[in-house]
Design a protein around this ligand. Sequence first.
Ligand code: NAP
Ligand code: GLV
Length: 308
Amino acid sequence: MSLLIAVQHRDMTKFKDEILHIDKNIDVEIWPNVKHPDRVQFAVAWDHPKQIFQNYPNLKAVSSLGAGVDHLLSDNSIPETVHITRVVAPSLTDQMSDFVLTAVLNLFRNTERYVKQQQKGHWEKHKAYSKSELTIGIMGLGELGKAAAQRLIANGFNVKGWARTQKSIAGLATYSNNELTEFLNGANVLVCLLPLTSETDGILEIDLFKKLSQPAFLINAARGEHLVEEDLIYALDTGLINHAVLDVFPKEPLPESHAFWNRDKITITPHIASVTDPKEAATLIVENYKRLLSGMELLNAIDKKKGY
Ligand code: NAP
Ligand code: GLV
């Protein structure tokens, strides 16, 4: 029995050490140098090359090394019977709440404009938005969206939220799947924290932007594929959206030649909104590995039918 770490472009020896620090008896293999493919029962994967899982005939579960599982569900070398789990961890949630709060504050207080003005030695004041003036709309009220909404509410912002199912969260006006138009009406700052599924792919598009209240802003910290990029360019050029903060892109790193880089109205961060803590993830992975071996229910298993 072994646990496989399948992550590209990163040295995973430290992560292996974190696992062995918790239990030195676990047999950990690091892709691509797998000595005994037939012994692999559990894998943890991030940015893995598609199709590698066909090499592990006794695989029973794969965990994402992050919160999202879209990279696993789009790999058809993972058999239908294999369980998919993900990382749900306090620090992941906390970092995302900080990221969203920071992005919102920067938009309200014109931080980006002042950084650019300083580079040119230019002194000019701009009106800051007051907290009562604008409403923040969070798309996705799961582990990350709910906590981000609560962080914003605790800081005095007006917040509304949208999820697939109806929610009851103190201080938050919530809307379910078929109430998207009502949710967008009155929302100024749209924050996307949805999982990437067939239903949410391309959801951030022009017709949706048109339904936002003015002035409108976008923060996408979920997946690049949620956004129709040419629609954002159009919305920024026509003033439908004032500014966008983007942490995620369909192709990462964002290519040097990409049109987003040189736009004043776009703030780019390199997929750092919330980064998995190796120690925290290792604890979860070991727990689920042991649960798998003893036939127990796995923690943070996703529903393959829903896609998250
Ligand atoms: P989660 O707990 O699974 O929550 C997903 C939320 O989205 C749920 O509230 C769900 O509604 C809602 N939802 C799903 N499909 C929907 C639809 N069709 N219409 C309306 N609402 C829908 O996910 P999470 O842990 O919060 O993570 C969200 C995503 O953040 C991840 O999938 C990942 O892509 C991204 N992420 C990004 C970073 C980063 O650094 N940028 C870091 C971590 C995660 P219900 O509650 O009704 O089911
Ligand atoms: C990061 O994007 C994650 O899904 O954890």
